[in-house]
Design a protein around this ligand. Structure first.
Ligand code: NAD
Ligand code: MG
Length: 391
């Protein structure tokens, strides 16, 4: 019987890579829901091609456009944040969570509540509400499989291992667009420069987050939340080739490294076929031709985001939600030209300090409502921090 699947964030980079794999064996899948936001033409074309039951845009103002684009097909159309959540709760066996940002939280929780296998690319869910996410999966008998290259790598290195035998986990970072830039030039980095990644082809937001290391900072927190290790067991190594994605160090001194080309279809395909390994259309590495793989310690002055991740883990509670909301807002500010590249970290740090001083915000219990509340407060504080700099 075909497997029922849905893709949340189908029109994005992860969503399109997922569809690329599905397309190669289309008879094996029954597509329930595809969701997107602004790119209606892509959403409709994919929904029609995949014979999806429903296509949803997160933008209510685009419902008519979506209806027009779906005319003549059997695909149902819907719009708005609630409709995305409703689509996520439609029965499916496997759901890809690939919406970018905190907007991916509610749909991910709705998917878990139906006990499916959730392929989790939306790292924001783990950063903002990791504990709640894992508890929800447990309560509903759902499975979460990581779809971040590093976390898929760690997951694979841990197959058949005892987590208590793990001494440390090392995730690698390419260093992004500005790895070798002079430090005093970073403040002048333009949007265009920050939006091009040396190795990975990804959405614009995560590409800029790679240049600032906010992506890696998020991934450190993601590692702690998903694998339940202590913050001081997690290390980051700069590795410009992006071929060793992560290494797990065991107490006997052995390191299990996961090596592969920088192609997200590996991590997506692993989650799609788990627990089996299917043939995947990714490049086979020729290590002799590559010749050399480099590693170095990240420079704290260049990438303050890594220090902020440690502070988030030290604070615990809802500080992850503060961090993520401030980071998303600072990124918006950079994209809009209100603040410069290095001011993004300043805005995040200001926001964390400000909300940490207000008792009650960070240590309230972790419910989805509280996460949204704190997310809202942090966005307001981050906007004020941006205005202070822009004004
Ligand atoms: P993207 O920007 O290419 O795509 C984002 C998707 O989310 C699109 O389908 C868009 O329509 C949808 N979307 C945007 N705003 C929305 C909203 N408010 N409500 C509902 N849907 C909305 O992003 P991406 O690079 O594919 O990343 C998706 C997620 O996967 C992110 O959490 C990212 O951190 C994570 N991730 C991406 C990569 C990668 O290689 N691209 C690797 C690891 C993890
Ligand atoms: Mg990653």
């Amino acid at each position: 019987m075909p497997r029922r699947i849905s893709i949340l964030g189908a029109t994005g980079s992860i969503g399109q890579n997922t569809l690329d794999l599905v397309r190669r064996n289309v008879a094996a899948y029954d597509v329930v829901a595809l969701t997107g936001a602004g790119n209606i033409a892509q959403l409709a074309a994919d929904a029609i091609e995949m014979r999806a039951k429903i296509a949803v845009t997160a933008r209510p103002d685009l419902l008519e456009d979506l209806r027009d684009a779906l005319k003549g097909s059997d695909v149902e159309a819907a719009a708005g944040a609630d409709a995305v959540v409703e689509a996520a709760s439609r029965p499916a066996d496997w759901i890809m969570s690939a919406i970018v940002g905190a907007a991916g939280l509610a749909p991910g929780f709705a998917a878990l509540a139906q006990g499916c296998t959730l392929a989790l690319a939306n790292k924001e869910s783990l950063v903002c509400a990791g504990q709640l996410l894992l508890e929800t999966a447990h309560t509903h008998g759902a499975t979460i499989l990581p779809v971040d290259s590093e976390h898929s790598a760690i997951f694979q290195a841990l197959v058949g291992e005892d987590i208590t035998a793990v001494e440390r986990i090392i995730i690698t970072a390419s260093g992004g667009a500005f790895r070798d830039w002079p430090l005093d030039k970073l403040a002048q980095a333009t949007l265009d420069q920050a939006s091009s990644h040396p190795n990975w082809d990804m959405g614009q937001r995560i590409t800029i987050d790679s240049a600032s290391m906010f992506n890696k900072a998020m991934e450190v927190i993601e590692t702690r939340e998903f694998f339940g290790v202590d913050p001081d067991q997690i290390e980051v190594l700069v590795h410009p080739q992006s071929m060793v994605h992560a290494l797990v160090g065991f107490r006997d001194g052995g390191l299990m490294a996961h090596v592969g080309p920088p192609d997200m279809r590996h991590a997506i395909g692993y989650a799609l076929h788990h627990p089996h390994r299917a043939h995947l259309p990714v490049e086979r590495l020729d290590l002799a031709a590559i010749g050399q793989l480099d590693f170095s310690t990240p420079d704290g002055a260049r990438w303050p985001a890594l220090r902020l991740a440690r502070e988030v883990m030290g604070a615990g509670g809802l500080m992850g939600a503060v961090f993520n909301a401030a980071k998303e807002t600072a990124l918006d500010g950079f994209i809009a030209g209100q603040i410069n590249f290095t001011q993004m970290a300043e805005v995040v740090e200001d926001t964390m300090t400000q909300l940490d001083r207000q008792p009650g915000y960070i240590d309230v219990s972790m419910t989805l409502d509280n996460v949204h509340k704190v997310d809202h407060l942090a966005r307001e504080a981050a906007k004020a921090a941006i205005d202070k700099r822009a004004g």
